[in-house]
Design a protein. Structure first.
Length: 186
């Protein structure tokens, strides 16, 4: 249980690191239950992830975006691939001046000797995932046409200034809970 005696004005401080997968989804669900039961009004979450599964990332985005609390997301190092979608769940988003972001199209590896029908199913799934993630990106950030062009064909890396310019973050800053606060790992 989160101890309210150690929170600052209803704030809670959390770290969330690793691959975006079903285990992370379960951990976030459990943490949200504890946050709401303990009366956390604002959750400050430091996210560190190089990505993972698209559907799990979209589930986390939708869950966190609609959670009954204010969510402040921090990037203190790297938020990449589908983790950028999770990061966008924050009503407020902050990044260290040494952080980086990376977005790219979905990709998969087909089995050796895969038949054309199987390849078509894989391609259709990847295109569907790209439509879902791009809709979320366009809802929150304003990439330049040059950035969209890079994203269409390769990894798009964004430094902190790019993140500010595109509204991916609202300001530069570090995850720095007040002295005496407890920090919980999700």
């Amino acid at each position: 249980m989160i101890d309210n005696k150690h929170t600052h004005r209803g704030d809670g401080y959390f770290t969330l690191a690793g691959d975006i997968n079903s285990d992370m989804v379960r951990r976030v669900f459990d943490a949200l239950g504890k946050m709401t039961a303990d009366g956390i009004g604002t959750a400050h979450i430091l996210l560190q992830s190089n990505g993972g599964y698209v559907s799990d990332g979209i589930c986390l985005y939708n869950t966190l975006r609609n959670a009954p609390l204010e969510l402040v997301m921090y990037n203190g190092g790297a938020v990449a691939s589908i983790a950028v979608t999770v990061f966008l769940a924050g009503q407020r988003r902050i990044a260290s001046d040494t952080a980086r972001f990376m977005i790219h199209k979905s990709h998969a590896t087909a089995a050796v000797g895969a038949r054309p029908e199987a390849l078509q199913i894989i391609a259709e799934g990847l295109m569907a995932d790209d439509r879902r993630t791009e809709a979320i990106l366009r809802r929150h950030i304003h990439l330049t046409q040059r950035m969209w062009d890079v994203h269409a064909h390769s990894d798009l890396h964004l430094n902190p200034q790019d993140a500010l310019d595109t509204l991916l973050i609202e300001r530069l800053g570090d995850f720095s809970p007040p002295r005496g606060s407890l920090v919980f790992n999700i």
